[in-house]
Write a new protein. Structure first.
Length: 152
């Protein structure tokens, strides 16, 4: 029984449940069909099916190969990440994609043990910046922008 009670199993189970809940919610929404692909709330069912499949495969693989008596040591880390993800989704439309993604990246990198400030700053600026440049300025598919400027 102790092989089924570890941090990785809990995280994968939560990922699977979130994907299943999102998939179930698409059946009652008019924006979830392919005709509304440019709606800002559109999230294709194909991606959700892939998410469910990959989560299920990872969960089964973990249950088969998990060593017995693995303690749950990262509950605080998991709680911080969940709180950061909730804050990210709450502030995304208000402060824009770039600012919230940069802050979320900083929190995640620190929580996962990255301590080099140069790596943290570069990663937190370059990745969201590249996505903003790609979507907002090249593809013309706008991500939420900050109230400060259109550029980010």
């Amino acid at each position: 029984m102790s092989r089924f009670v570890n941090e990785r199993v809990f995280v994968l189970l939560i990922l699977l449940l979130v994907a299943a809940a999102l998939y179930a919610s698409t059946f009652t929404q008019s924006f979830s069909d392919v005709g509304n692909a440019h709606s800002p709330v559109f999230f294709p069912r194909i991606i959700l099916v892939l998410w469910i499949g990959l989560s299920l495969i990872a969960l089964i693989q973990t249950l088969i190969s998990a060593p017995a008596n693995t303690p749950i040591v990262g509950l605080l880390r998991l709680a911080i990440l969940i709180a950061a993800a909730v804050a990210y989704t709450m502030f995304l439309n208000q402060y824009g994609f770039f600012l919230t993604s940069a802050a979320f990246a900083v929190v995640c990198l620190v929580v996962f043990g990255v301590r080099n400030p140069i790596i943290i700053v570069v990663y937190a600026v370059v990745v969201p910046g590249a996505l903003v440049a790609l979507f907002n300025h090249i593809l013309k598919m706008p991500l939420p922008t900050s109230p400060f400027t259109f550029y980010f």
